[in-house]
Design a protein around this ligand. Structure first.
Ligand SMILES: Cc1cc2nc3c(=O)[nH]c(=O)nc-3n(C[C@H](O)[C@H](O)[C@H](O)COP(=O)(O)OP(=O)(O)OC[C@H]3O[C@@H](n4cnc5c(N)ncnc54)[C@H](O)[C@@H]3O)c2cc1C
Length: 491
């Protein structure tokens, strides 16, 4: 007779605390298996990168260290989810499957529908829980804010784990392939370290010390690296829940001392969910303009500019520094992300779809629900947000005045004097000779001023398009919160 089991299916929720599916499974009479699936169709999808997979793998290892004390482990599979569920439901008498709802791209949504049908056919209940206050199936945002505050203020779930009798799945037909395992086992030192333990380390150090300069440094490419929360990969892969973060920050003894700074972070935790909520409602934002009226906009899409941007060789020092830093470390701050997109879509006149996966792969904190709506906001294709064009020279002068960040990442400019670091093309040959320097760095690939002017006329002009206006009303109805007052997560 097959053994009765439930399943907890981990996805972007790689933690053991404040975890509703684990709590539910623990409270059931029937014992459970915890599974994670590396799906080939997801691995080859253009938004996925080695760093994401490595982060997941090492987070799972971290979980397994703790689960070993309970005679448990996350069983890791490498195959399509359908094949895994088909096999596992034949192997065991599976009663129920517990997981979080995934507000992912269309591919994961379609995969989930297939799994749902398979489980239904086999008479197995799949109970999915709301993740971080994001609600499935809503048509507007009426009362969304109130429900979100209620959700994040509910008590943190602690799981009364019980020791299991044995490790359940000793051998299975879908082990992680040798090739994939070799890639997964490595973890670059230059990336933020994965796992629940590290997540707490970052959150605690923000509250204890780093966060006091949060507002002052948030836009600075260098200083923000230590003053920002730096919790984004942990939230994206679920090493932390939003509720854990909100409650930890509010209840921290330093909250009263650094209220403005901490409130700044709390506000952004709500944005995190606000953006994912948009994507939950319309995951077509991965491939289609938020405002369909922008589909008719035409771009030059110069392949030379696309390649230069991706490789950090545009000739604009801050743009190139950001891209190279991202390649190496997986993180840059919000403003620099916005600037990269702005230069790409506006000054370089390239369709946002040509760059969106490139940044998704580089961001260690890639979260579809934030990434696509944010990318489009900066690309100016939502029709409802103020269009900001970031001039990379001005950003450089304002936020990296001495060029310290630039020189760290664009070694070719190391010897350029401070007064020329933002516009090294202004150095004449005579000045270079007098300074005794040679600069092996590209000349800017476009005329910034001219390109800015053209882009403003193009994108602002298009706002008057009747289709854009019609779509804007629809977007406001669907995605705007009824509570327009600025608020923070304490309410
Ligand atoms: C083009 C573009 C793409 C982006 N893609 C992602 C992405 O894939 N994943 C991601 O987590 N963030 C993304 N962001 C938002 C933001 O840049 C990052 O969340 C932030 O830089 C993460 O660093 P932190 O944890 O130190 O943030 P903090 O400033 O310390 O904020 C704390 C948390 O609040 C959330 N948050 C902060 N800013 C925003 C924001 N503007 N919108 C929504 N949530 C926010 C994040 O979860 C973040 O971890 C994107 C921004 C832009 C402009």
């Amino acid at each position: 007779m097959k053994e009765k089991r439930n399943i907890v299916w981990l996805k972007r929720d790689l933690r053991l605390m404040d975890h509703q599916p684990l709590l539910q499974a623990t409270n059931e009479e029937c014992d459970y298996l915890i599974i994670y699936i590396f799906e080939p169709c997801m691995i080859i999808y253009p938004d996925c990168s080695t760093r994401h997979l490595q982060f997941v793998h090492h987070s799972l290892k971290d979980l397994n260290e703790k689960l070993a004390e309970l005679n448990r482990q996350v069983h890791v599979f490498h195959s399509d989810a359908y094949a895994v569920f088909d096999w596992i439901t034949n192997q065991f008498d599976i009663q129920k499957v517990f997981s979080y709802q995934e507000s992912g791209i269309e591919l994961t949504w379609e995969r989930d529908k297939e799994i749902y049908s398979l489980l239904k056919e086999k008479g197995i209940l799949w109970k999915e829980f709301q993740r971080d206050g994001v609600i499935r199936g809503i048509k507007d945002r009426i009362n969304w804010d109130q429900q979100w505050y209620a959700f994040v203020n509910e008590p943190i779930l602690s799981i009364p784990f019980k020791k299991s009798d044995k490790f359940e799945v000793v051998d299975h037909p879908f082990p992680v392939s040798k090739e994939l395992m070799e890639i997964l086992e490595y973890y670059p030192d230059s990336l933020q370290p994965p796992g629940e333990k590290m997540a707490w380390k970052y959150l605690k150090s923000f509250c204890e010390d780093r966060g006091k300069n949060y507002n002052r440094h948030i836009s600075k490419p260098l200083e923000s690296r230590s003053s920002c929360g730096r919790i984004s990969p942990y939230l994206a892969w679920g090493n932390l829940s939003i509720r854990q973060c909100v409650q930890f920050v509010i209840n921290h003894p330093n909250y009263a001392h650094h209220k403005r700074a901490f409130d700044g972070l709390l506000t952004r935790l709500k944005w995190h969910c606000h953006f994912i909520q948009k994507f939950e409602v319309e995951c077509s934002y991965e491939t289609h303009c938020v405002n369909k009226g922008y589909e008719s906009l035409e771009y030059t899409n110069d392949p030379k500019l696309i390649v230069a941007w991706k490789e950090g060789r545009t000739g604009f020092p801050l743009v190139d520094a950001c891209m190279r830093c991202l390649q190496e470390t997986g993180w840059i701050n919000f403003r620099m992300r916005a600037m990269l997109v702005s230069v790409f879509c506006h000054h370089f006149d390239i369709d946002w779809r040509e760059g969106v996966y490139h940044l998704a792969r580089l961001f260690l904190d890639y979260e579809p629900g934030i990434h696509y709506p944010q990318f489009q906001m900066q690309a100016g294709t939502t029709g409802v947000n103020k269009i900001r064009m970031y001039n990379p020279v001005k950003q450089s002068k304002d936020h990296d005045p001495k060029g310290v960040f630039i020189k760290k990442w664009v070694k070719e400019l190391e010897k350029v004097p401070e007064e020329f670091i933002h516009e090294p093309w202004n150095l004449t040959e005579i000045e270079k000779t007098m300074l005794g320097i040679e600069i092996n760095y590209p000349h800017p690939m476009i005329d910034l001023e001219e390109a800015g002017k053209r882009a403003r006329t193009k994108i602002w002009g298009h706002r008057k398009d009747p289709e854009v206006k019609k779509e804007s009303s629809r977007i406001v109805r669907t995605h705007t919160r009824n509570n327009s007052k600025r608020s923070n997560a304490q309410k």
